[in-house]
Ligand binder design. Sequence first.
Ligand code: CA
Length: 224
Amino acid sequence: MRVLLIEDDPAVAAGIVDALTGAGHEVRHEGTGSAGLEAARAAAPDLVVLDLGLPDMDGTDVCRGIRTFSTVPIIVVSARSEEIDRVLALEMGADDFLVKPFGIRELIARIRAVTRRTSTDAAPAAAIERRLGPLVIDLRGQRITLDGEPVHLTTTEYQILMYLSEEPGAVRPRSDILRSVWKTEWFGATKTLDAHVAALRKKLGSPDWIESVRAVGFRFEIPA
Ligand code: CA
């Protein structure tokens, strides 16, 4: 897999490059946000690992910038562990978030999880679209329209929406969503799920599409 690493700390970058290369990935490293954005556009990587603390621009702006032209999976890494960073990064369209210092094996596991989610997403051949009131999910093209207007979702948001909307009105427990979308129940994921749901609601223009069911999970409903 071709991985673009955007990280300004040479020592951290060297460790990640070595480990990912050793795991069979082809890694391109950029040390600034602007060079990273340029590389994301020009090289069309399969995955981006993005440090939030960059010398020339904020990593969340880099993330948002990449999202204007690409749906490539983005794993954000940050020395800052404040919850706001995590929420912000996910709202900016990142697929996962890792706090420094992290073990390289954890990074590799996250890369595997993100790419498994994005690559095993083949839609069933029989169903071509899912119509949910004004919302239409084109399963083949993985495109969403709302009242005929395209809605741009990240891969993770799309996966969550697909899972929740399988059965409108049914409550989906958090653990089931994590298992279906993340293929895991790692401890940090439930906050991550909340951030993705918040982003989804915003993109769908109303919180009414996804109702929180206290202490259980979420319920997809077509708003009245
Ligand atoms: Ca940094």
